[in-house]
Design a protein around this ligand. Sequence first.
Ligand SMILES: [Zn+2]
Length: 256
Amino acid sequence: MAGDPADTPVVLTVGEGFFVRQAIDNMGWCDMGDYILIVDALEESHLENEVMAAIADSAGDKPVRYVLNTHTHYDHVSLNGAFVERFDAEIINQRTATIEPAGRMFESPGRKICMIPMPGCHTREDCVIWAPDDGVLFVGDIFGWGLIPSGGLLTGDLRLCLRDTYARLVDFGASVVVPGHGPVCGTGELVRWVEYFDWLLETVAELAGAGKSDSEITAAVTPPEDMRGWWRFEAWKHADAVSKVLTSARRGVLGA
Ligand SMILES: [Zn+2]
């Protein structure tokens, strides 16, 4: 993987009039004809002027009408207020609006954007944003380059939620997948993460069942070769995932 987006934020073109500012915290914007629609609004409010300039430079000097938040963690909403102040934009997330399970559609000539609730993997408010004409899918923090997206115990219910949600995400067949943080990727990474997660559950359960100690298990479960280049995976995400699975396995909450 070329470079760490932590060092150099970059504005990527992912469709005609459709852009992603790739950094530690990602955001996107697209031209909807007579207005601009934003997805997510970063952690650092001091980036306001830089971001507004990048939007105007790339998509033109149009008003921002909607800001869609994949969820309302602080690192996805800090510029919400700036968009309201400058454009009287409408902020749309699971706290400010009712979004039907089938999703809320935003349409312009030549482009559809659909905001779809997929709660439970990371927060109860998770939504994904799907642009079918562009093949672009914003998944918020449901995909975290190897991270298990929930901070809580890995229960049987959470496993089911992850399995069902990822199956839905993969079904979109997106060519560009935008995670909440780090490099953009594709559907292949979503598929690979599910395989990794299943492998982790199985391997850790087997070793725990064989009476291995925590440190023996941690040492034995090394990162898969093909995932070593994943963003910050080898540095800490793999170890974090092993630790979460191990904790849940020891407590016997993983379910079948
Ligand atoms: Zn989050």
